[in-house]
Design a protein around this ligand. Structure first.
Ligand code: 0RA
Length: 626
């Protein structure tokens, strides 16, 4: 609390120089995330105008000169002279941190914005920014650079008096950001989310470089959102939806169970994705468990025993979106709702609305309860299976599977685990490795598709239990990152369709059972070369393209294509794929949980092409991993 107060006071004291001096404090980072945050800050202001009921369209364009333009058709930022600062109100908004009065976000009925710093921060971090306002039949414009006005607010033209809105164009400052290239995909994901969460609002994204344009619009709001999340799964029923308004607070919930086993609950507060959950999600979960248990008892489906929370959430996709005037964000990434009053509020709304829905829709209620019954049975069976595994482990040496060639260094900090496709490649890898720092776990062919199997079945597959034992963290609610036995887990599979499939199966396993390892940056894929060119010495190339170029340059035609890892000698394997000084590996990352869930559901179908694209797009290149 004190810390937050201090940080806030520093921000107010410093003004915009402070934003330039310590940008990360205001926008999180000066990398890709921070850069995109600038767009969100401006778009959030327009979304606020939409939430207030005055804006229907937001257009975002990425321009060829590196700038981004955000246009809305709201009322236009006020241009009248501010009573205290004696400059136009719009200039206050763009040059004063936490501009007060009308512009204080808190005075809006609803406010978003992760850091709530708004337009002035974007201005401070832009080498140039132009704001244009249509109001009262005039077109006003003002230009700034790095937070300072370059022109006065001027009338530059006329427009019909009923035409109003705000246009902002900004050029992010390369002195601040490590990259100033906007990423269409990152923006797309966020805008789709905003559109689902604000039905009736249309967001258009245009990339002038790629000449690509997309519209994000939802008339069905959360109902469409859950359907979209479940689109590659088999839904059990039509979505359940309800909304309750009370004063300035709005609670909206959409629920749809599917045939799968995953629990997918997404919470939003003022359209901010609360990745870490919080009181709204807590209230929802409590209510869901209670309503299902109460109903099941009343109908004589269960007697003394209760369904657990996990039982009633198996195969559940739910979105809880609330809008409140004064959100308190907590947690590591400030994405956990802290407002304590919200828990009981959401609980009572969900309890009442869901109980009513069950009474009116007994068939759907029955389906949901059957699902929970299945989960409860599986939970019992899992407990038995776990006891069995425990007993079995007690008999094997140190509990580690015999297939693992462990490294001698036992400090996770220094070590790596290679998960290798195939026994023969596993054999070469065991010979090639650095025995002190690198452990090898060979896999026999493909692991189980966890997306299509119940948790019990997954957790009784030998390949999977072996991996869990070797990695050390445990899974699900028992997961403990402290127990991780290797800092890097590197998936090494052949550069062919089967290899891609194995990679995806493994990544799906990690995403569903140990997502924190992906979040924490522990999961990598190795990039073995495709070809060797021999010309006085050996050259390894990683793509057809590179092959052409290199062969031409060397004037060489003696080229060997590697059919698989198993074909390489242990020396070659060491040089190309395992030596930390010369190998290529890629770190797997996941930016957005909704997107990732969708991707994995989609990938587990038969779309090989989509799989390849996913892996190449969701891995950050780390060419020389030293
Ligand atoms: C405060 C008051 C009024 C409009 C806005 C803020 C406003 C801010 C932004 C930021 C981006 N787009 C915006 N559109 C509107 C309206 C005051 C009035 O007309 O009475």
């Amino acid at each position: 609390m004190t810390e937050k107060y201090d940080a806030e006071s520093i921000k107010v004291l410093e003004g915009l120089e402070g934003v330039r001096k310590r940008p990360a404090m205001y926008i999180g980072s000066t990398g890709k995330d921070g850069l995109h945050h600038l767009v969100y800050e401006i778009v959030d202001n327009s979304v606020d105008e939409a939430l207030a009921g005055f804006c229907k369209n937001i257009n975002v364009s990425l321009n060829k000169d590196g700038s981004a333009t955000i246009i809305d058709d709201g009322r236009g930022i006020p241009v009248d002279i501010h009573p205290i600062f004696k400059i136009p109100a719009v200039q206050v908004a763009y040059t004063k941190l936490h501009a007060g009065g009308k512009f204080d976000k808190k005075s809006y009925m609803i406010s978003g914005g992760l850091h709530g710093v708004g337009a002035s921060c974007v201005n401070a971090l832009s080498k140039k920014l132009i704001v244009q306002i249509k109001r009262d039949g005039n077109i006003y414009q003002q230009e700034y650079s790095r937070g300072d006005p370059k022109t006065k607010l001027e009338i530059i033209g006329k427009c019909p008096a009923n035409e109003t809105g705000t246009t902002v164009t900004f050029w992010p400052d390369p002195e601040i950001f490590s990259t100033v290239d906007f990423d269409y995909k990152i923006l797309e994901t966020r805008f789709r989310e905003i559109a689902f969460l604000n039905s009736g609002l249309k967001i258009t994204l245009y990339d002038s470089e790629k000449n690509k344009q997309e519209e994000f619009f939802s008339s069905g709001g959360l109902i469409e959102f859950v359907k979209w999340i479940n689109k590659s799964k088999e839904a059990l029923h039509k979505p359940v939806y309800f909304r309750r308004d009370s004063g300035n607070t709005v609670v909206e919930v959409a629920i749809q169970y599917n045939e799968g086993y995953q629990e997918n609950i997404f919470g939003f507060v003022n359209t901010i994705n609360t990745v870490e959950g919080g009181t709204h999600v807590f209230g929802f979960k409590t209510a869901l468990t209670r309503v299902i248990n109460d109903y099941s008892k009343r109908k004589g489906i269960i007697k003394d025993e209760n369904f657990s929370g996990e039982d009633v959430r198996e195969g559940l996709t739910a979105i809880i979106s609330i809008k409140i005037p004064d959100p308190q964000f907590e947690g590591q990434t400030k994405t956990k709702l802290g407002n304590s009053e919200i828990r009981g509020f959401v609980d009572s709304i969900v309890t009442q609305a869901l109980a009513e829905f069950f009474e009116e829709n007994p068939t759907i209620a029955r389906k949901i309860i059957s699902k929970a019954e299945g989960a409860a049975k599986a939970r019992m069976a899992a407990k038995k299976a776990k006891d069995l595994v425990r007993r079995k482990n007690a008999f094997s040496l140190g509990g580690l599977p015999g297939k693992l060639a462990d490294c001698s260094d036992k400090k996770a900090e220094d070590t790596e685990l290679y998960i290798v496709e195939g026994e023969s490649a596993g054999g070469s890898a065991k010979m090639a490795r650095d025995k002190e720092k690198q452990a090898i776990l060979p896999l026999r062919g493909k692991i189980l598709n966890v997306e299509k199997s119940s948790p019990v079945k997954s957790l009784s597959s030998e390949e999977i239990t072996n991996m869990i034992t070797v990695i050390g963290t445990g899974v699900g609610e028992q997961f403990d990152a402290e127990k991780l036995r290797y800092k890097k887990i590197i998936i090494m599979s052949d550069a062919d369709v089967d290899g891609e499939h194995i990679k995806t199966l493994l990544l799906t396993f990690f995403f569903r059972f140990m997502p924190k390892l992906i979040e924490n940056g522990n999961i990598f894929v190795a990039l073995p070369p495709l070809f060797r060119i021999r010309k006085s010495k050996d050259y390894y190339v990683y793509s057809e393209d590179e092959l052409k170029k290199t062969a031409e340059k060397l004037g060489a035609s003696n080229v060997t294509r590697f059919k698989g890892l198993g074909e390489m000698s242990s020396n070659q394997l060491w040089d190309t794929t395992m030596n930390p000084k010369t190998r290529k590996i890629k770190k797997i990352f996941i930016d957005d949980a909704v997107e990732a869930d969708n991707t994995f559901s989609m990938l587990m179908g038969d779309d090989v092409q989509a799989r390849k694209i996913f892996i190449s797009e969701n891995a950050k290149e780390a060419n020389l991993d030293i």
